[in-house]
Design a protein around this ligand. Structure first.
Ligand code: SF4
Length: 364
């Protein structure tokens, strides 16, 4: 089932309240996205229904094109490939950065576009679901490397593909590497929950060991429909991990994050990572400064434990070191120092091997 047909692709097709909330600048910017080769505007009716018309609404901001995107597209810290996946690409669709884990860029679409997306440059050009020809070298690579224990099925959102397509992919991966654990990375349970029913959960369950990693940023995303979709996964015995991106003006308060993680735990989902924003072009206005992020995380821990929670229930605050340095957990100790660079001050983050990676100290 392709979700593409269901997407709202213009401000005029939004529900009336949202449509009328668009400023002249937002309309002009959204209208020129395709012609300028920028990340298109697309949102599912479901996700749009969660938004309120105020410009600072945390759901609206995630999908509504913002003219500020143009300002930091060519900024000093903008990286077209913020995670440096290109450095570790072993075939057009396979990224091998960590010894026992690989990333498969399988999906050809997303159920709507998140304005802060780290793959926004790649997606602006459009891609298709992985073809037989693209899968062949992936299967050969896996078959020759038994040390690879887990494969992440990601990029863009694999659940925009039909069940039979996904099942065919899982079957081929397992034939190539019999013990491979699968992790399906998706935002569909939040943006298009009707896509995930009991039949899809049962199909995925048949391919265990399989986990699902869901991207959730705000407690309001967990409405009744999303809860139902996620419940089908839990009922099928599929572990669900939650990844959250720390976003300025959307979830950058200890209260909001605590409410989100509490809801996730109550639903049997595991808060897995709270990510510092990657340095994709055009997203700087979403960036929470590192110092503020660290203070916020401390506040979150204090609030959580005061309320009787355990710090182990909270996801680690982490960042993918810009340009391909890998994932590190963020704390005051992970910052080796600060420096003034031509584009502004940077924090020097310590990589796992002691190397230093600059990350802007301030937001836009
Ligand atoms: S669902 Fe993920 S890959 Fe797709 S636009 Fe959002 S952040 Fe990007």
């Amino acid at each position: 089932m392709s979700r593409t047909g269901a997407l709202i692709r213009s401000i005029d097709k939004l529900p009336a309240e949202l449509r009328d909330s668009a400023s002249a600048a937002e309309r002009a910017f959204a209208g020129g996205l395709d012609a300028a080769g920028r990340l298109p505007f697309a949102v599912t009716p479901h996700f749009a229904s969660l938004a309120r018309p105020e410009a600072d609404d945390p759901i609206r901001r995630q999908f509504f094109p913002d003219p500020r995107e143009a300002l930091s597209e060519t900024g000093p810290f903008a990286l077209p490939d913020p995670l440096g996946e290109g450095r570790y690409r072993v075939s057009p669709r396979l990224v091998h950065q960590y010894p026992d884990r690989v990333l498969l860029l399988a999906g050809g679409a997303c159920a709507g576009y998140c304005r802060y997306c780290f793959r926004r440059v790649r997606m602006s050009g459009g891609t298709s679901f992985i073809t037989e020809g693209e899968l062949e070298p992936v299967l050969s690579y896996l078959a020759a490397r038994p040390e690879i224990r887990e494969l992440l099925v990601s990029g863009e959102d694999p659940l925009t593909a039909p069940d039979r397509t996904l099942e065919g992919l899982f079957a081929k991966l397992r034939r190539a590497a019999g013990t491979l654990a699968l992790r399906v990375c998706t935002r569909v349970p939040i943006t298009e929950p009707p896509r995930l029913g009991p039949a899809t959960a049962a199909m995925m369950s048949a391919w265990k060991p399989l986990r699902v990693s869901v991207h959730i940023n705000h407690p309001r995303e967990l409405d009744a429909e999303a809860r139902r979709a996620l419940g089908f996964l839990s009922a099928a015995g599929i572990p669900v991990l939650v990844q959250t991106v720390l976003l300025k003006g959307i979830n950058d308060s200890a209260e909001t994050l605590a409410a989100l993680f509490r809801d996730c735990l109550d639903l049997g989902l595991k808060p897995y990572y709270l990510f510092q924003l990657d340095l994709a072009p055009g997203t700087a206005h979403f960036r929470v400064p590192l110092g503020r992020g660290l203070a916020l995380y401390r506040e979150l821990e204090e609030r959580w434990t005061t309320a009787g929670g355990k710090t182990a229930e909270l996801p680690p605050y982490a960042v993918d070191l810009p340009g391909g340095g890998g994932k590190i957990r963020l704390s005051e100790q992970s910052i080796a120092g600060t420096e003034n660079r031509p584009g502004g001050p940077v924090c020097l983050l310590k990589g796992p091997d002691g190397s230093l990676w600059p990350y802007p100290a301030e937001s836009a």
